[in-house]
Design a protein around this ligand. Structure first.
Ligand SMILES: [Zn+2]
Length: 491
């Protein structure tokens, strides 16, 4: 753990330097990120890697131009030099800045936020982690897999944030991503089938893994990988889909999460993974989907990978829940500090994140989730109204165009739905669509009991690339007349 008093002193040093130099705004993030990664293949632990990075990132605004400097150091001389370089960078930026950056005033919070958890995963012996991964591999192979790989990623971010508005915020959060892949091979037929784990990454302590049922899931996965080898090939064409939250989270992420980032909509975020078909003039006008589609952004959901007390601009999370789509209508972009006034709004809605203390904070997703049906509706109820369809489980391959419009998603498990009931296992399924057409075809939602929170550690954005953790919750959902492809060569 870092010495909080030292961090506070270092922060004051840089903010005072900025003030003396005539900066209109300055902020600093100091802290460390601890990461651990373990990996097993079949009966062998192949990798156990632990790293600790510490540092600071100092951002300053002079005459409407940003300057930034970050370094993996936490001593007063490095911060003094860093502050001067950030100031030089801001002065240099002034000459090429077309439009001055304007910032809104944010409330100056003084706070400490620590993610609640029962057992610190970094305090758990490496041997227990290895035992868990080896048990997962053994369980999958006993049940029918020829091979299995398993991994565990753990991260803890500890940050101290201070800005010239007066905010002083200390935060700590921890997250875990268990993952495995069971592989089955039919040598005679020349066919390989894989089944990736469905247990999601979460903002949580070790207790999450103790109760996640990973070894049982690995056993199912081993049997399912084998069954996929002889599953019936899907017949391509238009049909109804019931999409499990373990698959739908990624579709929400790519089609709604990324398309409603204001920096993409404004064309700033264009080089890496595109802009957006959603434009500022569409706010409160665009019909994004059917009446059933309400998608909410938050940073407060327990277990959420984006869950935190304050974003990296110091905006509080507890008042930052907002709808992105409400009953099918587009309601809000995601925004960071200095973006809202560009579309005539008063303030950021708390969507800033820097993936390390040394990175410039940019607009990133909070947890973005599809609201469940307020009326009772089970998974079987969703099947009951389908004559001919496919039930899609687990995230697989994906692709989406630069405007976040045309897409194609695979999955892990696919089942035929025939005459209102789940039927046989299918293989080689992918579904295709255009974002608003797809969401307009939504006509059934599971209730709160079917809601499931999934997500990823590694949403990539910006150059140089930053990786953000983010969760997406959803119930299972039914979509009518969606194009289904057979992805095999023989299909
Ligand atoms: Zn992403």
């Amino acid at each position: 753990m870092l010495d909080r008093a030292l961090l506070a002193d270092l922060a004051e040093l840089t903010l005072t330097t900025a003030k003396r130099a005539g900066a209109t705004y300055a902020d600093i993030r100091l802290g460390e990120t601890r990461r651990e990664f373990s990996f097993a293949r079949d009966a062998r632990l192949e990798n156990f890697d632990e790293r600790l990075t510490e540092g600071f990132g100092f951002r300053v605004l002079i005459d409407g131009a940003w300057g930034f400097y970050g370094a993996q150091r936490l001593d007063s001389e490095s911060l003094r030099v860093g502050a001067l370089r950030a100031l030089d960078n801001a002065r240099a930026m002034r000459s090429i800045q077309k439009q001055p950056i304007e910032l809104e005033q944010l409330p100056a919070h003084e706070a400490e936020w620590i993610m609640p958890m029962a057992k610190d995963p970094f305090a758990v012996d490496a041997s227990r982690k290895a035992d868990l991964l080896l048990a997962i591999c053994a369980s999958a192979r006993d049940a029918g897999a020829d091979f299995c790989t398993a991994s565990l990623s753990i991260a803890r971010e500890e940050r101290f944030f201070a800005n010239s508005f007066g905010a002083r915020i200390a935060q700590t959060r921890t997250r875990l991503a268990p993952s495995f892949t069971a592989v089955a091979i039919d040598r005679a037929a020349g066919r390989v089938a894989t089944r990736d784990s469905l247990t999601p990454a979460r903002g949580a302590g070790w207790e999450y893994l103790e109760n996640a049922g990973l070894i049982e899931e690995a056993s199912q996965a081993g049997a399912q990988a084998r069954a996929k080898l002889t599953a019936k090939p899907v017949t391509p064409g238009d049909c109804d889909l019931v999409i499990d939250p373990s698959n739908l989270w990624l579709t929400i992420h790519e089609t709604v999460g990324h398309s409603t980032e204001l920096d993409r909509a404004l064309g700033w975020e264009a080089n890496f993974a595109g802009t957006s078909f959603v434009k500022p003039h569409m706010l409160n006008e665009l019909r994004f989907g059917s009446e059933l589609m309400t998608i909410v952004a938050d940073r407060s959901q327990p277990g959420g990978l984006s869950t935190i007390g304050y974003d990296d601009d110091g905006a509080p999370a507890d008042s930052a829940e907002f709808p992105i789509v409400e009953n099918g209508v587009f309601r809000n972009f995601q925004m960071a500090l200095g973006q809202a006034h560009l579309i005539g709004l008063p303030a950021s809605n708390g969507c800033a994140y820097a993936d390390s203390p040394t990175a410039f904070p940019i607009q990133r997703m909070p947890n973005i989730s599809l609201r469940p049906n307020p009326e009772e509706c089970s998974l079987d109820d969703l099947f009951a109204d389908v004559e001919n369809g496919v039930y899609v489980v687990g995230a697989g391959s994906w692709s989406i165009d630069q405007q976040r419009d045309n897409f194609q998603f695979g999955g892990q498990l696919f089942y035929e739905i025939k005459n209102g009931k789940r039927g046989e296992l299918l293989r080689d399924v992918a579904y295709q669509g255009r974002t608003t057409q797809f969401w307009s075809a939504l006509d059934g939602l599971g209730d709160a009991a079917t809601y499931h929170l999934d997500g990823t550690f590694t949403c990539g954005k910006a150059e140089p690339v930053q990786l953000a953790p983010v969760s997406h919750g959803a119930p299972p959902a039914r979509f009518r007349n969606i194009r289904v492809l057979n992805t095999s060569n023989d299909g």
